[in-house]
Design a protein around this ligand. Structure first.
Ligand code: BGP
Length: 497
């Protein structure tokens, strides 16, 4: 795209970045905070990671061992990047790029240490007052996710997370508390991060703890429990939407799904049928949250697999009344589908497809890089819902090299950003209503899936390794000035020097 060409992006388009409390804050046992499921996400050497499985899941047996022998484990999310103490300096670094939006989440167990305490923790509430005040002072709208992969541990171990309606009630009370407290400061909210990952990562996404059944992945087939969790999260989300509208009438509240765009491996109709099946498993979540009812296509799957969703009286009305104002997505990659003979979704929660797309490069973590897929998926979403869309995450995790003179020449990140923003602009020209773009991890943080620091997404480098060694000093990567230029030109100038 030529310099000074007219911008595809509307005036007031929100530019910025996204983070999550459990990946940045650290201070896991300070300020009255209670334990969360994410505090048991451990670092393990790459070769010991179970194939395709994140290091952030846990069974009752694993939790028992981690609690009895914490000295045997490295829990990087307990450290984060020490945002809890360094938020001012870190937010200033982000604002230096001209951000107008900063997405983060509230750690539920900072507000209610057990998730269901009688009173909220004032120290936790006061911390977010300071964070949001600082954002606003720096010209950044906070966009806040209520629950980003960190259910309070007590609710997970005692109630199996969102399998229980007690967790739904606790969530709604927590949501009401933070809406009331921050009503003058936060006008953009999201309910659950990547709610559709509850199928693959039920511990992370729904706080669902199960017993080890002796297989490498005991979560493999637990459809009944997982879909019941999803239902309870839909109800919790819808109730939060209603509360948000009541308490902050000028706020907008959205959902958040991990967008999984699929291509058929061949033109064989069976492969295309598999794409349809996979699409259904993914659209299911946004269909319920945006349309307020269960889609027709899930009935057959539920019947065939004996899944019975337990609804309480009034649930259907709650879903109808609690539809979201906008949709938000994370977009990282696209997938190839080959007919499997049945409509069973990918079981292991891995984002990485085992079928390689010969036309796409992959990241160092094997994630296919597909900017055109971004445009395609945005068109599909808008065509389906006709609701405004916010890009809650998009980015590239890579190993960055610090040169002897301290510079970090992350040209790969610049190229990724350029191509994705270009295709985002194309989608907007197509007529898709997108109102903001948040790069995932604009400051290096702890990886969600693998709990490592080595996988860096940031424009701002953080001096820390996987074991917490380092000064936590910040430095700008080459991509910092590039994103700054993109933002300053409202997406019109994507030229690379
Ligand atoms: C999404 C999560 C984020 C984030 C991102 C990148 O699934 O919402 O929390 O971390 O993926 O994943 P990872 O950190 O595993 O590279």
């Amino acid at each position: 795209m030529a310099e000074n060409s007219e911008s595809a992006f509307p005036e007031g388009f929100l530019w910025g970045g996204a983070t999550a409390a459990n990946q940045i804050e650290g201070a896991y046992n300070e300020g009255g905070r209670g334990l969360a499921t994410s505090d048991f996400a451990r670092w393990v050497p790459k070769e010991q990671r179970i194939s395709g499985k994140a290091t952030s899941w846990a069974t009752y047996e694993m939790l028992d061992d981690m609690m009895a022998h914490p000295e045997n484990y490295n829990f990087p999310k307990r450290r984060g990047i020490d945002f809890y103490h360094r938020y001012e300096e870190q937010l200033e670094a982000l604002a230096g790029m001209g951000f107008t939006v900063f997405r983060t989440s509230i750690s539920w167990s900072r507000i209610f240490p057990n998730g269901d305490d009688a009173e909220p923790n004032e120290e936790g509430l006061a911390f977010y007052d300071k964070v949001f005040d600082k954002c606003l002072e720096l010209g950044m709208q906070p966009m806040v996710t209520l629950c980003h992969f960190d259910t309070p541990l007590h609710l997970a171990t005692e109630y199996q997370g969102f399998l229980s309606r007690h967790t739904v009630d606790s969530f709604v009370r927590y949501a009401e508390t933070v809406f009331t407290r921050y009503k003058d400061k936060v006008k953009y909210w999201l309910t659950f991060n990547e709610i559709n990952s509850s199928l693959g990562n039920p511990y992370t996404c729904s706080g669902l703890v199960l017993h080890d059944d002796g297989t490498p992945n005991p979560y493999k087939e637990q459809w009944q429990a997982k879909y019941q969790c999803a239902h309870n999260q839909f109800v919790a989300s819808a109730l939060a939407v209603k509360k948000c509208h009541e308490i902050i009438p000028d706020a907008k509240i959205g959902n958040m799904t991990c967008r999984l765009e699929n291509y058929a491996e061949t033109s064989k109709p069976e492969d295309e049928l598999q794409v349809l099946f996979e699409d259904h498993f993914n659209w299911f979540y946004s269909d319920v949250q945006a349309k307020g009812e269960y889609p027709y296509y899930m009935n057959r799957f539920f019947n065939d697999y004996g899944i019975k969703i337990q609804m309480e009286p009034g649930d259907e009305e709650i879903l109808k009344e609690g539809t979201v104002d906008f949709l938000s997505i994370s977009y990282y990659m696209t997938y190839i589908m080959r007919y499997k003979g049945s409509p069973v979704p990918k079981p292991n929660g891995s984002l990485v497809t085992d079928i390689k797309n010969q036309y796409l490069e992959v990241s160092e973590w094997g994630w296919p890089i597909d900017p055109i897929g971004f445009r395609i998926t945005l068109n599909h979403i808008y065509d389906r819902y006709h609701l405004p869309i916010f890009i809650a995450e998009n980015g590239l995790g890579a190993v960055d090299k610090v040169e002897a003179d301290g510079t970090i020449n992350d040209d790969y990140r610049i190229a990724y950003l350029q191509k994705h923003v270009e295709q985002l602009g194309e989608a907007i020209k197509d007529g898709v209503d997108v109102f903001g773009y948040a790069w995932w991890g604009p400051i290096d943080l702890i990886s969600s899936g693998t709990s490592e620091m080595t996988k860096r997404y940031g424009f701002v480098y953080v001096d820390q390794d996987d074991f917490g060694n380092g000064t936590l000093a910040l430095s700008k990567k080459k991509s910092y000035d590039y994103y700054k230029k993109v933002i300053a030109s409202n997406g019109a100038d994507l030229s690379i020097d």
